[in-house]
Design a protein around this ligand. Structure first.
Ligand code: PHB
Length: 396
């Protein structure tokens, strides 16, 4: 029997069980009939973003373990693809999960360019997709879809928050620097929007191709421009090198370096002195004192022997969201409309604080201002409360 046939059969069994009025007692039996839930993890496990992919995987699996190793009574079978953060390989990689492995849900990825390709395939094949990092604004804007969800952020959100903070600090001029692809462009776009609305001026936008890390010529240009502040989007090992190079050039003594929290999250061990005192904006901070975060940090540390970061948290929330949807349909993925409706309406108790989704399935959450102290991104204040994206043409 093909998959649709078997899903129909399961639907028939479920209907028969319900008709028998034995719903509660029968749900384990129903789950067995449905077999394992196939989860495809498409994430970077090599390259610049390798550590991010690993943290997301760890966070996702932790939430599943806390749920008894199952989702709505169904065991999980994982299918894993290393996407290498390479957009050119993305269609082939996503198709391995969709067509070859026939997964029930795809979870991925980190890189916006790869995620744009994944979300297109998810739409075309009606595959459920949960994005645990990549922030490409369009995915939850004009390209939004009923079956595509994001538990992380959209790229412009962190820039919007930092532009406001810097304008409030009365900074007048800024230089932005980033990799030239949607994540960097949208991050600096958000910064420019609120910084200039608050009276500042972005005097120069500097770019280099992803994932290059030859920062020296651009640092020389920053030194010559002497702006009041530099806003940078880099992440993973690129963020480590940029922050260290910036300090090695002596620029951190005269021009504050700020950015989205990706610049200093999961990287402080490697950045050491170079990152001290840096201000960043993010939907997470190390010292957030809420019961969920305290429990999350303790269990993550126990399981993996490292401190969790924002990526681990986003992976954890991806699994939490899946669990909400699957519980609503008692593990029956054939009830797609009910499943995605429950996911869209979910109110998650996230380590970041409360997490709800907007119409395009993008997070509505608080964005925090944080300051690097030692090996922590310490909470300073709420930069923007309940930040939500405009619909941007999403027609759901
Ligand atoms: C992205 O490509 O969307 C991206 C990558 C790494 C981050 C944040 C966003 O830390």
């Amino acid at each position: 029997m093909n998959r649709i046939g078997s899903l129909r059969r399961i639907g028939a069994i479920a209907a028969a069980v319900m008709a028998a009025g034995a719903l509660v007692a029968a749900s384990p039996a129903l789950s067995q009939q449905q077999g394992k839930l196939k989860v495809g993890l498409m994430l970077p496990y090599t390259g610049t973003y390798a550590a991010l992919g690993t943290a997301i995987t760890n966070g996702f699996k932790l939430a599943i373990e806390e749920n008894g190793g199952k989702v709505a009574g169904r065991e999980i079978e994982y299918f894993v693809v290393d996407d290498e953060s390479d957009p050119a390989k993305a269609p082939e990689n996503a198709n391995k999960l969709i067509k070859r492995d026939n997964v029930d849900v795809m979870v991925g990825t980190v890189h916006s360019g790869v995620a744009l390709a994944m979300s297109k395939l998810a739409r075309d094949n009606n595959t459920l997709l949960i994005i645990p990092n990549a922030g490409a604004d369009d995915i939850t804007g004009p390209l939004c879809a009923a079956n595509v969800f994001r538990t992380s952020f959209s790229n412009s959100q962190m820039g919007i928050a930092m532009g406001k903070v810097m304008a409030d600090q009365k900074k007048k001029t800024a230089v932005t620097i980033t990799w030239k692809y949607s994540a960097g462009e949208e991050s600096i776009g958000g910064f420019k929007e609120t910084f200039e609305a608050g009276g500042g001026k972005v005097v120069k936008e500097l770019f280099l191709p992803f994932p290059q890390v030859e920062f020296q010529p651009l640092l020389t240009e920053i030194a010559a421009l002497k702006p009041d502040v530099v806003y940078a989007f880099f992440a993973g090992s690129g963020a480590v090198k940029f922050v260290k190079d910036y300090a090695a050039a002596g620029l951190n003594k005269t021009i504050p370096l700020v950015g989205p929290g990706f610049l200093t999250d999961g990287t402080l061990e490697a950045q050491g002195e170079a990152a001290q005192g840096m201000l960043t904006t993010l939907h997470y901070a190390d010292g957030l004192n809420n019961p969920k975060n305290n429990a999350f940090r303790a269990t993550y540390m126990k399981a993996y022997k490292v401190e969790p970061d924002v990526y681990a948290m986003q992976g954890y929330d991806a699994a939490q969201l899946l669990i909400v949807g699957m519980n609503a349909v008692k593990g029956d993925t054939a009830k797609r409309a009910e499943l995605v409706a429950a996911m869209g309406a979910a109110k998650l108790d996230s380590p970041r604080g409360s997490l709800a989704l907007n119409k395009g399935h993008n997070p509505i959450h608080d964005i925090y201002l944080r300051k690097v102290e030692g090996k922590e991104n310490k909470y300073v204040s709420v930069a923007i409360k309940n930040l939500t994206d405009p619909p941007r043409g999403c027609k759901l």
